[in-house]
Design a binder for this molecule. Structure first.
Ligand code: UFG
Length: 340
């Protein structure tokens, strides 16, 4: 079995990817410092798989600790690097923490991978690297624009670091950069899902918490954008679909099929939905009426963005299969499980 190290493997996307890896016949090994994830994710993974997945409780910015993990685990066939801070608003408040954690941990990881001879990396990038795009949908060739937040900038810097490291004469690391659009929903079993700490920043956990009575009402951040109903357009991808894109990327690296040392893929559905469409679809999927009102625009929001998903389909053989309705139904099922 091929061993795949998953940094941030107890987090939202990480935990779903660990499950998909194991079910696809890989041997996932988790690294997590639990700064923004919870031990209960490990129990959820175990409940789904019927076995424990090994977890090293270390910070992947700690080079010595990383070396010890590689030493203890023997040959690591691939690394998926999720571990990072991810809240756009928080990154404006704490930019240095974001640069230190997100950029620092990638540099450390790449250095240690070079040292120990690990050669395959999948990196979590984001559609935030596109900034405010001139045309939609965005393809991988769409030029990146200035990021709207320090968070987005860390993802742009990390992509640059990967490219520069790959261009070095002694480089042996092959990387696939996956640019995620908006992950939502939870595992069908409702044993793992998103666990936002405090008041959620993101739309879907805010919606489900409002429907559950934890929040009084959802405020929609502006309805005066140049979009079909005036609210922002995003590409919402089910988290299990997103997890599966990592399996395709890992397999491509292992098969040495990549055409370049660094390849980039959008991972989205290829469809845009407005915030109001998400709210209305949630109401149908959950049978709950949602209390919401229109508020002002949120600083830093891009009016509209969605993926051109052609390259991932043609090259990775990856296509999403879960509808917005089913994604929101899974988010609601997970919220109800959390309430119990
Ligand atoms: N929104 C509301 N009300 C809310 C929360 C969100 O109207 O209470 C709107 C936002 O204004 C936006 C849409 O819902 O139009 C989606 O917002 P999210 O905060 O869920 O996600 P973003 O589109 O801001 O996504 C950003 C980055 C991603 C990153 C993600 C993680 O684009 O790359 O944040 O936090 F992964």
């Amino acid at each position: 079995m091929k061993k795949i190290l998953v940094t941030g493997g107890a987090g939202y996307i990480g935990s779903h990817t660990v499950v998909e890896l194991a079910q696809a016949g890989y041997e996932p090994i988790i690294i997590d410092n639990f700064s923004n994830s919870q031990e209960s994710a490990l129990a959820g993974i175990q409940a789904i798989l019927g076995r424990e997945v090994p977890c090293h409780r270390i910070d992947c910015g700690d080079a010595e600790a990383l070396r010890q993990v590689f030493k203890a685990e023997g040959t690591i066939d691939g690394v998926i690097h999720f571990a990072a801070f991810k809240a756009v608003g928080e990154s404006v408040q704490k930019p240095l923490a974001y640069f230190h954690n997100n950029v620092g941990s990638l540099v450390t990881l790449l250095q240690v991978m070079q040292e120990v001879g690990a050669t395959n990396l999948v990196f979590s990038s984001s559609c935030t690297v596109y900034g405010v795009p001139d045309a939609l949908p965005v393809t991988e060739a769409t030029p990146t624009k200035p990021a709207n937040s320090p968070y987005g900038r860390t993802k742009q810097m990390c992509e640059d670091i990967v490219h520069d490291a790959a261009a070095a004469p002694d480089n042996k690391v092959h990387t696939i950069l996956l640019r995620y659009f908006n992950p939502i929903g939870a595992h069908d079993s409702a044993k793992i899902g998103e666990l936002p700490l405090g008041v959620p920043n993101n739309l879907v956990p805010f919606i489900t918490q409002t429907a559950a009575g934890i929040r009084e009402k959802l405020t929609i951040n502006g309805d005066d954008y140049d979009t079909p109903d005036g609210t922002n357009v995003r590409d919402y991808i089910h988290v299990v679909d997103l997890a599966k894109a990592h399996i395709a990327a890992v397999q491509r690296l292992l098969d040495r099929k990549a055409s370049e040392v660094v390849e980039t893929f959008n991972v989205g559905t290829g469809h845009g939905n407005t915030v109001l469409e998400v709210v209305q679809t949630f109401e149908k999927a959950s049978g709950q009426k949602l209390n919401y009102s229109i508020g002002p625009r949120r600083p830093g929001d891009v009016p509209a963005i969605y993926a051109d998903a052609t390259k991932a389909a043609e090259v990775l053989g990856f296509k999403t299969t879960t509808s917005l309705y089913d994604s929101l139904a899974s988010a609601w099922k997970w919220q109800q499980t959390l309430g119990k």
